[in-house]
Design a protein around this ligand. Structure first.
Ligand SMILES: [Zn+2]
Length: 566
């Protein structure tokens, strides 16, 4: 007996055996039960998902000697003849090779005659979208007034190419792409029945390569069996399919996320040496980062259908250790690399350069994470400010001392080291004014109060270098310049008085004074202009707010600038 390919040997013979298309098979069975079977069907879906198989089962179910029945008996003469392709009443036509009007004419001429043996004459036209326009037109006439004993079943991978006039005369059924888990399960069943030794991981590799097509998966299994015999090692599958072990994909992702350039290059070398198509490999890595993003989106369930459990675990771990933004950037760069690989004369170098570029970037932190960190910082900062022992070191103290002493106030610019230009946050340390006489934290409270009522006023009041009470008058000192100008605009003092009265719970007048701050002459001569004195730097580094900023955001002090110029 000649070797029968697995796809044919294990072709489903009943609706119940067609996997993953229950929405179609159940509807068809219900129609048969109810005796309301349409005269023309259009089965759509990617290749190898069971369209022609379903068409044949339907033909059998309708023509079965025991039928029409929801399932064919698969034992009667009609069923057997249809299954083996010998039936005179069930005609299968490949639309791809019979595209002309004459081919269709031959069918139409036969439509008039009664079936030879069966209940119905059934025409199954595969890849129907390949028919020519004139062929479709010829077919249309028959579809408009079909004889009662005729059924048409059209199958297509490309329904858009089927004219609307044809589509509207058919009952349309959409076949789904099969989840890899389902293909794997089916392959496992076949392997068990065939007495093959093959791991689940190996079967998954085959299912992946087939991209959700059962027929392709079975053909690949055939191919591997021819190569390896009945005892199949994972390594043999990789060789037969010309792919690398999928663990390399996860390893590369690991190396990228860890910014390990050396490891990245080693892995590319390994893939290159194995002879696998680099573009194909890149696509797999792109997909891997897509999977990480899916986990970030909280849709992990989507992965379990298409990935083996161990890979889902890896994806979960990697997703936890990285940010969505970082995944998204990897994805984008790799996608770009994939496109370039297609036209690059040096695909390996192209891929390497893209990957190296990624290892040179800093991991991206989401704004939400930064905001959270800042919030934490602020809370700690406020808590610290209320501690009496710390007041001497607080920003207020520094600002007032500076203002009173006529010295300039240094401003530290903090640059978080763990972020890139896209998410750089300048955690500018604001030296806030108002000393104990203005109520200390009361001033802080007042600022927050104003911020909620009058955003712009608060923004300028932030630059206050000192404030004190004189009876019911709150004297606020701000640097001469835009802040002073804004706060003394017409009508502003009434606004401020109203806000202050409301906040302090009594009638208050606000007086805004300009302070001219002079630059301190640096003790170290001219060089000091560029590099602030060491003690200033030390004072900044000792400041609790600065310390916390550096600690929480992982920032470093890069530059100390004069806050006010002459
Ligand atoms: Zn039968």
């Amino acid at each position: 007996m000649s070797y029968l390919v697995l796809a044919r040997k294990w072709r489903p013979q009943r609706f119940a055996d067609i996997l993953g298309q229950e929405h179609v098979t159940r509807t068809l069975q219900n129609a048969i039960r109810a005796g309301r079977v349409a005269h023309a069907f259009l089965f759509t879906g990617v290749r190898g998902v069971g369209k022609t198989t379903a068409a044949r089962v339907l033909a059998k179910a309708l023509n079965c000697a025991e039928g029409p029945a929801p399932e064919p008996c698969n034992a009667c003469e009609n069923c057997e003849e249809i299954a083996s392709g010998r039936s005179l009443d069930v005609v299968e036509i490949d639309g791809a090779s019979n595209t002309g009007v004459d081919d269709v004419r031959a069918i139409i001429d036969n439509v008039r005659y009664q079936p030879v043996k069966c209940r119905y004459k059934i025409y199954i036209i595969d890849e129907v979208h390949m028919l020519s326009t004139s062929a479709f037109n010829a077919l249309l006439k028959t579809l408009e007034e079909p004889p009662a004993h005729v059924k048409f079943i059209f199958a297509t991978t490309d329904p858009h190419k089927v004219p609307a006039t044809i589509q509207s005369r058919c009952q349309r059924y959409e076949f789904k792409r099969l989840p890899l888990r389902l293909v794997t399960r089916q392959l496992a069943e076949i392997a068990a029945k065939e007495g093959l030794e093959i791991t689940e991981k190996g079967l998954f590799l085959l299912a992946r390569e087939s991209e959700g097509s059962m027929r392709d998966a079975q053909s690949l299994l055939d191919q591997v069996l021819a190569f390896a015999g009945p005892k199949v090692e994972d390594e043999q599958i990789l060789q037969a399919l010309g792919i690398v072990d999928r663990s390399v994909i996860g390893e590369l992702a690991d190396a990228l996320l860890a910014r390990d350039a050396g490891r990245v290059l080693q892995l590319v070398e390994r893939v290159y040496e194995s002879g696998q198509d680099l573009r194909r490999f890149t696509r797999d890595v792109v997909e891997h980062f897509r999977n990480l993003a899916v986990v970030h989106a909280g849709a992990e369930d989507l992965l379990t259908e298409d990935l083996p459990e161990e890979e889902v675990q890896l994806v979960r771990q990697q997703a936890q250790a990285t940010s969505f933004l970082d995944c998204e950037r990897m994805f984008r760069t790799l996608l770009q690399a994939e496109a370039e690989l297609g036209r690059s004369p040096l695909p390996k170098c192209t891929l390497e350069m893209h990957l190296l570029r990624l290892t040179m970037t800093e991991p991206l932190v989401s704004l939400a994470t930064l905001a959270e960190q800042l919030q934490q910082l602020r809370k700690q900062g406020v808590a610290r400010e209320t501690e009496p022992g710390e007041s001497g070191k607080s920003a207020r103290g520094m600002a007032d001392a500076a203002a009173q002493g006529g010295k300039s106030v240094p401003r530290a610019r903090m640059v978080p080291t763990r972020s890139e230009n896209e998410s750089v946050v300048n955690a500018t340390q604001r030296t806030r004014g108002a000393d104990g006489s203005a109520g200390g934290t009361a001033w802080q409270g007042f600022l927050e109060f104003v911020a909620n009522r009058h955003h712009f006023a608060a923004a300028h009041l932030e630059f206050c270098v000192g404030a004190d009470w004189e009876g019911d008058v709150l004297r606020v000192r701000v640097p001469a310049g835009i802040h002073y100008q804004y706060l003394t605009q017409k009508g502003r003092s009434e606004e401020l008085a109203k806000l202050a009265s409301e906040f302090f719970g009594r009638p208050v007048r606000v007086e805004v004074n300009a302070v001219k701050l002079e630059k301190a002459s640096p003790p170290g001569g001219d060089k000091g202009e560029e590099q602030p004195a060491a003690d200033t730097r030390k004072a900044i580094l000792d400041h609790p707010a600065v310390r916390q900023t550096m600690e929480i955001l992982g920032a470093e002090l890069r530059e100390v600038r004069e806050r006010f110029t002459k």
